[in-house]
Design a protein around this ligand. Structure first.
Ligand code: FES
Length: 148
């Protein structure tokens, strides 16, 4: 029996967070000691519209089991309309994911403000549960990128 057979699988979640709201929301969650799963890798971007859909496909290829896109609430984007572009772009990506055979539930767009630490923790916890139910991402995974 190898060491890996005893390991309990934990999903790897990548969360792209905009600098002005969601990233601060994550900070607020930390400051308020709100608990959320520790298997989330947060990547800070200037605005949610900076997230090229290829970033998401690349994350799946590199072994992510789920990818969260988080930004300011509609109407609150620091760059006025960035999150509207994100919403449209991600809608297209989700339909493409379905076409590729990847469950679109593996990605989610959420709006979290800087003051919503509790909401950040809630979203991450709920998303992690969804991904645990879906299981490991096998469809777009590149085995050369596997670390364990
Ligand atoms: Fe947060 Fe644009 S700055 S979504």
């Amino acid at each position: 029996m190898s060491v890996n057979e005893n390991k309990e699988w934990k999903p790897l979640i990548v969360a792209f967070c905009c600098n002005w709201c969601s990233y601060s929301g994550a900070d607020t969650a930390g400051n308020n000691r709100a608990s959320y799963p520790d298997n989330v890798k947060i990547i800070r971007v200037p605005c949610s519209c900076r997230i090229n859909p290829l970033f998401i496909l690349r994350a799946f290829q590199r072994g992510a089991d789920g990818v969260l896109v988080m930004g300011c609430h509609p109407g609150d984007c620091h760059y006025t309309t960035g999150n509207y572009h994100t919403r449209r772009r991600m809608t297209l990506l989700f339909s493409m994911l379905n076409y590729l055979g990847v469950e679109s539930a593996r990605t989610r767009v959420e709006w979290v403000s800087a003051a919503e630490g509790a909401r950040f923790a809630e979203v991450v916890t709920d998303f992690t549960k969804t991904i645990e139910e879906l299981g490991e991402n096998r469809r777009l995974e590149d085995l050369r990128c596997k670390t364990n």
